[in-house]
Design a protein around this ligand. Structure first.
Ligand code: ZN
Length: 309
């Protein structure tokens, strides 16, 4: 049984995941990175023991999906924004020492990509790109069941492709990255910029609220949805033109409202991808739902140590 650990900026989830990607038991807690790395490992250890006991199983391996950057092969955290003080620490080594099993870790975008490729909507696709649209845009590329790694095993950052160099500034240093234009907060920021001061929904605007308002016929929210579909489509069009994948799986909180965007996304793609067989790239929604990150973490272990699973 694989112990799965999903380390995010706001919460850590832990669970037991079986050979078919089913979550048998899970627990989570706030990340609270400032309590220190050692404390984080203690809490993860306790949750792993508890979920194993609850599922009545023994842990035979541990898979980790984490917010990055990180070195997937050494297991060391890089300069992680969301985990202050965890830089340079190595949960692969530390959890391996505590549980005496093999441990593997990947960036969470890659972990979800592997899960969708192996157990989810991307099953059977030999060239697959996974894209998650939420508070940011991330993803991973899986070729013939193997995670694509760049030089120095680097993880490609699909969210930081520049879509409009006169666009809003991005944390990476450029302006107008896909993430800065099409992630959930970008949708809310655009609407706030364009709404009159009297707009009744200014407080608590989020991508979800905007989608709900659009469904209720709010014209400003509908414009925000149209704009979102256009920018989502541009980023996806670039991926299709560059990689001509068999499929792109779309996940993340913004994609819960995908029905509002997909027609516009397809229209944008059709406008400019004519040098590649874009209509053969299947756009599908992630199928692993709520537990996707945890399932992804487990898949990381299978990908590393048991390719055939
Ligand atoms: Zn950027």
């Amino acid at each position: 049984m694989i112990g799965a650990v999903d380390i995010g900026g706001t919460k850590i989830a832990v669970g037991m995941v079986d050979e078919n990607g089913q979550v048998l038991s899970k627990r989570e807690c706030p990340t609270e990175a400032d309590r220190g790395y050692a404390n984080g490992i203690e809490r993860i250890t306790a949750m792993l023991r508890e979920t194993a006991r609850k599922a009545g199983v023994e842990i035979s391996g541990i898979g980790i999906g984490s917010t990055g950057p990180l070195d997937a092969l050494t297991g060391e955290f890089g300069d992680v924004d969301f985990l202050t003080g965890w830089q340079g620490k190595n949960p692969v080594k530390d959890l391996g020492g505590i549980f005496h099993v093999r441990v593997a870790m990947e960036n969470d975008g890659d972990a979800s990509a592997l899960a969708e490729a192996g157990w989810g909507a991307g099953k059977g696709k030999s060239r697959l790109i996974y894209v998650t649209v939420g508070t940011g845009i991330g993803g991973g590329v899986v070729l013939d069941g193997k995670l694509y790694r760049g030089v120095d095993n680097a993880h490609p950052e699909v969210g930081h492709q520049v879509i409009d160099s006169s666009g809003p500034p991005c944390s990476c240093g450029f302006r107008g990255c896909w993430e800065a234009l099409a992630a959930g907060p970008a949708m809310a920021a655009w609407l706030l910029d364009h709404a009159p001061v009297t707009y009744p929904h200014r407080e608590k605007l989020s991508a979800k609220v905007i989608c709900d308002l659009a469904r209720q016929g709010d014209p400003l929210a509908q414009s925000a949805v149209e704009r979102e579909a256009h920018y989502l489509g541009l980023g996806l069009a670039n991926l299709i033109t560059l990689f001509t994948p068999d499929g792109i799986v779309l996940g993340g909180s913004v994609m819960i409202s995908a029905d509002l965007f997909l027609a516009g996304v397809r229209k944008t793609i059709a406008q400019g991808c004519r040098f590649v067989p874009y209509e053969k790239t299947k756009l599908t929604l992630a199928s692993l739902g709520e537990g996707a990150n945890l399932i992804g973490a487990a898949r990381v272990w299978h990908h590393r140590y048991r390719q055939a699973a």
